[in-house]
Design a binder for this molecule. Structure first.
Ligand code: SAM
Length: 344
């Protein structure tokens, strides 16, 4: 899924004006006003701007603030401030807020930005994001549009489908910012297969951060081998997802809710999204998941182990699952143990 089509069309017009040699300062105010008047650009509560998505009820950021969200949901929970030269994979870079926030907290970051939409990147050139690091990101984006070789050795910009780009990256990262649209609207970057590609590009002590707390997404993370933990909720009810490859003992692994652990392990809601060749669209991925859910329900019913979602939520299940949840372990381990028990 992409940002709103009207927005992309408007921005495209100005990309052409820029490529013809015109200075951004001459037209940026006009572009912003056009986008605001078309109601496809929204000013969030911290004064920074975000775009409306292709499906109009989702914004690219929450209303608490585009920059605030980057700071509180990505830069701070990643602990990048305390790392030496952290290498960051910034998926779905959009207007670059997450990369800007990362550089603000640690100027030694090395960042690979990955974004599908040229228009969204271009919009960043016309915004005033109140951290001076925005200038660095703007230079990199400008070089991209002018086909210049960027002088910036710390920031690389990759434009295209993250699935193809990540597969071809030949590096390892300490931090992954996973900032796609929600899986309910666009599941393509939430599949087991894509997350596996990311996992393989992460250092042993690396962390992946996503604002999404969706059950099939977290289930996919567990299947791939991530250790799940939950970060504070910012501007919404549910906490963010912080997933480690191999967390050091000083990491505080906050468990996800017990209901969510049970849903992932025991119910068909926990069936993850799949995309084995990394080429399916959202509808196909969702359809395949429905087929897998149905199959699982049949299999579990045959061995008399099928629990309805309602029963799983209420904990009206065999005591042995509830006992597993009493263990002093992390959510991924608990989920795996419950899954094994389910098939026992
Ligand atoms: C929620 S927004 C991210 C906001 C962004 N991090 C920022 O700081 O502005 C999601 C972004 O993902 C991009 N996107 C959607 N599908 C993609 C894909 N398959 N590969 C790369 N980027 C994608 C969209 O164009 C959009 O800019």
């Amino acid at each position: 899924m992409l940002p709103n089509k009207t927005a992309l069309k408007l921005i495209k017009k100005y990309i052409n004006i820029f490529k013809e040699g015109n200075n951004i300062d001459e037209f940026k105010k006009e572009l912003i006003n056009n986008l605001l008047n078309s109601r496809v650009l929204v000013k969030t509560d911290d004064g920074t701007y975000t775009l409306v998505s292709e499906e109009e009820y989702e914004l690219m950021h929450s209303r608490i603030g585009a920059l605030t969200e980057s700071v509180e949901k990505f830069a701070i929970p990643s602990n990048l401030k305390n790392m030496d030269n952290p290498k960051i994979l910034d998926l779905c870079s959009g207007m670059g807020y997450n990369a800007i926030a990362a550089l603000h907290f640690n100027k030694n970051c090395k960042i690979d930005m990955v974004e599908y939409s040229e228009e969204t990147l271009f919009l960043s050139l016309c915004l005033n994001i109140p951290y001076k690091e925005h200038e660095l990101i703007k230079e990199v984006i400008k070089d991209y549009f002018l086909n210049n070789n960027s002088n910036n050795k710390r920031i690389n910009l990759h434009v295209g489908d993250a699935r193809k780009i990540v597969k071809n990256l030949n590096k390892k990262y300490n931090i992954v910012f996973h900032d796609a649209f929600s899986p309910q609207r666009d599941a393509v970057l939430y599949t087991v297969d894509f997350l596996k590609e990311i996992y393989n590009k992460m250092n042993d002590d690396a962390v992946l951060i996503s604002y999404s707390s969706s059950i099939p997404f977290r289930s996919a993370l567990v299947e791939v081998g991530f250790i799940l933990s939950e970060g504070a909720s910012v501007g919404r009810k549910r906490g963010i997802t912080i997933a480690y490859k191999n967390p050091s003992s000083d990491r505080d692994l906050k468990r996800i809710s017990e209901v969510d652990e049970r849903l992932i392990a025991l119910s068909t809601v926990g069936v993850p999204y799949r995309d084995s060749d990394l080429d399916l669209d959202h509808d196909a991925i969702v359809m395949n998941r429905e087929v897998e859910r149905k199959k699982l329900k049949e299999e579990l019913s045959k061995i008399d182990r099928y629990y309805s979602t309602k029963k799983v939520k209420l904990g009206k299940i065999d005591e042995k699952f509830l006992n597993i949840q009493k263990l002093d372990s992390n959510s991924s381990e608990i989920i795996k143990r419950m899954k094994e028990e389910l098939r026992n």
